[in-house]
Design a protein around this ligand. Structure first.
Ligand SMILES: [Zn+2]
Length: 83
């Protein structure tokens, strides 16, 4: 999978849906451009799942995770003790 660059020069990075393995391209969100690398979001066009995207600058890739799992992980991290 390759990075695509559109007419405006915006890079679109490959993502493989972690639910159905459909592959598509997304640009970085404004927050990701500002350095909040885990602040990406996308909806898979095939299975319709909401995905959280973390940009991996070393690999120039988006790492997808189901949004529900991402939220759960954040919550667990913040609480320190999941009950
Ligand atoms: Zn999907």
């Amino acid at each position: 999978m390759e990075i695509k660059v559109d007419a405006q020069g915006t890079k679109h990075y490959p993502v493989i849906c972690c639910n159905c393995k459909h592959d598509f391209h997304v640009a970085k969100s404004i927050l990701q451009e500002m350095g909040l690398l885990e602040a990406g979001m996308a909806t898979c066009t095939v299975c319709g799942k909401s995905l959280n995207l973390t940009f991996l600058p070393d690999e120039e890739q988006m790492k997808p995770m189901l949004l529900a799992d991402f939220m759960q992980q954040k919550k667990t991290n913040q609480d320190g003790n999941p009950s």
